[in-house]
Design a protein around this ligand. Structure first.
Ligand code: BG6
Length: 510
């Protein structure tokens, strides 16, 4: 099996000795994503020598009990089958510490454990703290880490301690700014790594390579040739065991504010000065976010459609409606689907609508970005029973299949002049012969190396909240536009289709 990171800088740049401390170690994320990602990195020999991970949570567990609970998760959620032998070797670097986020003395105990492990193993560790807890613990944890002397100053760019923060990063612009200043009391900006796991996905990273490593696309990448863009993030799952969190946030805060806007900005940025320093790309992304036109209350009514699923069927199985899910408020008006139209107000993009559709309980899980090019003139084909030439569409498939396809018009074989649409396909599995690593593998490795390129900077987060503020304001006002409903297992409310029809467009069939 070929290794996905086998070539290039990743092979040679192993991270320095790292102690990773995961706060929220008994949670879903640790079990499903973080530890399976770490053991996959271990299997591929990407972890630094002497690497250790300390799980931290309230309940009291022995190291062995913690290891056994993680093994269950690895068996269930690892992208590859991990042998017990590989697990046992990895598990020797796993430890557990019971801790109450509000108790300073627990942080002193954590410090003792870190120091003891460092001495036993003869390693001088960089400390990397992962906040996988509920957001209200972010402040107390970062504060108590500092009080316990567990935060070093970043010296001359060499990072001795850093902090990874999971989403949600705030609820709106003010709370994001507040959270940020709380974290900044203990950590410098360059020590803070805000996770958006979409940035770790191979296909999302490929947007940049695809745009800037090919001579043929960039000249066409503007309003002269591009008619419109569609970004769809569709999920068949409902709110699972996160109903309470979801009900307070809704799909726009959960997925548009971060994943969608990150993909959109990569798609629309100007060429960055360099790909090798974190800020060049992030500077360009923040410009795009700043340039997306803010909606007036009337425009919110015209350019957005939000809806909630009612009971229905997903692949033949009956599922409950949103309001029947346990943990959802009785008369909740939280949206589980949203369709939106954005526009980036600059020379490159003026006049190009960017449509976004995101929803839970849609017929299948699929994330796709489609760029629709303007039609070729029909003149040559007039009188040949051809009413219109289909648009060329470039589609970036983010998941579940990963690839890029371009639809072009071709002549089917036969004596008559006809035009038919065909697909030119690039598929990751076929072309590279390997399944892509999980996003968290790449992101954990980058954070250990101190590379922040694939993490979101604070100004991007605040700008994204600022852009969405008029939507929340209008939706929460007395004159809120209607909240529609759609049957679980459908592609959303009819009004979402009407949104595109206004400009003569239709959603792509997925
Ligand atoms: C998370 C959202 O950030 O992304 C979830 O909170 C969503 O609601 C998930 O299901 C989707 O991630 P992925 O990688 O499965 O597309």
């Amino acid at each position: 099996m070929v290794n996905p990171f086998a070539e290039g800088e990743n092979r040679t740049l192993k991270p320095p000795a790292t102690a990773l401390v995961i706060f929220g170690a008994s949670g879903d994320l640790t079990n499903r994503k973080l530890v399976p990602a770490l053991v996959n990195l271990a299997q591929d020999e990407y972890l630094p020598p002497g690497f250790i991970v300390i799980g931290v949570a309230r309940r009291s567990l022995t190291h062995d009990q913690f290891r056994e609970s993680l093994w269950e998760g690895v068996k269930k959620f690892s992208r590859r089958t991990i042998s017990r032998e590989v697990w046992d070797r990895f598990a020797q670097s796993v430890f557990y510490q019971s801790l109450d986020a509000g108790r300073e003395e627990d942080f002193v105990a954590l410090r003792r454990l870190l120091e003891e492990l460092g001495q036993q193993r003869g390693d001088h560790y960089n400390y990397l703290y992962y906040l996988a807890t509920a957001p209200h613990f972010f402040g107390p944890i970062s504060h108590n880490l500092r009080v316990a002397g567990l935060v070093a100053e970043p010296v001359g760019g060499i990072r001795a301690t850093s902090l990874i923060v999971e989403k949600p990063f705030g609820h709106d612009q003010d709370s994001a700014a507040e959270l940020n200043s709380l974290l900044r009391e203990s950590f410098a900006e360059e020590q803070i790594y805000r996770i958006d796991h979409y940035l770790g996905k191979e296909t999302v990273q490929n947007i940049l390579v695809f745009r800037f490593a090919n001579g043929i696309f960039e000249p066409l990448w503007n309003s002269r040739y591009i008619d419109h863009i569609e970004i769809s993030v569709c999920e068949d799952i409902g709110v699972l065991n996160r109903a309470e969190y979801f009900d307070q946030n809704g799909i726009t805060r959960d997925i548009v504010q971060n994943h969608v806007l990150q993909m959109l900005s990569l798609l629309c940025i100007e060429p960055p000065i360099s790909l090798s320093d974190a800020d060049s790309i992030r500077n360009e992304k923040v410009k795009v976010l700043r340039l997306i036109r803010r909606m007036t209350p009337d425009e919110v009514a015209l350019n957005t459609v939000r809806a909630q699923y009612t009971r229905g069927f997903i692949q033949g199985t009956a599922v409950s409606g949103y309001l029947e899910e346990s943990g959802v408020a009785h008369h909740s008006t939280t949206e589980t689907f949203v369709a939106l139209q954005f526009e980036v107000d600059n020379w490159r993009w003026a006049g190009v609508p960017i449509y976004v559709r995101v929803g839970k309980r849609l017929p299948k899980r699929i994330t796709e970005i489609s760029v629709f090019f303007k039609e070729a003139p029909l003149s040559l084909f007039k009188g040949r029973q051809i009413d219109e030439l289909p648009q060329n569409v470039l589609t970036i498939q983010v998941q579940p299949t990963e690839g890029i396809s371009l639809s072009v018009n071709s002549k089917p074989p036969g004596p008559r002049m006809r035009v038919r649409r065909v697909e030119m396909d690039f598929n990751y599995d076929h072309s590279f012969g390997v399944a892509s690593p999980e996003a968290y593998e790449r992101l954990l490795l980058d954070a250990m190396k101190g590379d922040a390129t694939l993490f979101t900077r604070n100004d991007e987060i605040e700008e994204a909240w600022n852009l969405l503020a008029p939507l929340f304001e209008a939706w929460e006002s007395d004159r809120a536009p209607q909240l529609y409903s759609y049957e679980a297992g459908s592609w959303g409310p009819a009004e979402a289709a009407a949104l595109l029809r206004k400009r003569g467009h239709t959603w792509r069939r997925l």
